[in-house]
Design a protein around this ligand. Structure first.
Ligand SMILES: [Fe+2]
Length: 142
């Protein structure tokens, strides 16, 4: 099977603000605009095409698998930017990260209200680690 996830459209109130926010937090680049889309592409060549739309849209969830070093950088940018973080996806455990699957994970909200996640181990990669178990305080976090 050679099916690969390639791109999706991220509905935004302001594509510039949203694309620059996510790229800035994750250490990615904002690409050249393509029509109504402003792309941010991940290391595995998936493109998030940010589009400004003038309609109501529901929160969507986007999760990014990062290395431990990258997680340190992501977390530092979130703290320095005063961006609220949570250890769990529904806003529980503010100012904390989780230790799911023996790694680390954090949730934050983008400027359009989407739920973003950065984490270091795929879900279920450590069956001995309880999901939504241990959390850890992040000094200086909002
Ligand atoms: Fe998730």
């Amino acid at each position: 099977m050679s099916v690969e996830f390639n791109h999706t459209i991220v509905l935004s109130h302001d594509r510039e603000e949203s694309a620059r926010f996510l790229a800035g937090i994750l250490g990615l680049e904002v690409g050249e605009p393509a029509g109504m889309f402003l792309p941010v592409t991940t290391a595995n060549s998936v493109t998030l095409d940010f589009a400004t739309v003038d309609i109501d849209f529901p929160m969507q969830h986007y999760a990014f698998l990062v290395s431990e070093d990258e997680f340190d950088a992501v977390l530092a940018r979130l703290v320095e930017g005063g961006i609220p973080i949570h250890a769990h996806p529904h806003g529980q455990h503010p100012r904390r990260i989780n230790r799911n699957d023996g790694g680390r994970g954090v949730y934050f909200i983008d400027p359009s209200g989407h739920g973003m996640e950065a984490f270091t181990r795929p879900y279920g990669s450590d069956p001995s680690s309880p999901l939504n178990g241990v959390t850890e305080d992040v000094p200086g976090a909002r």
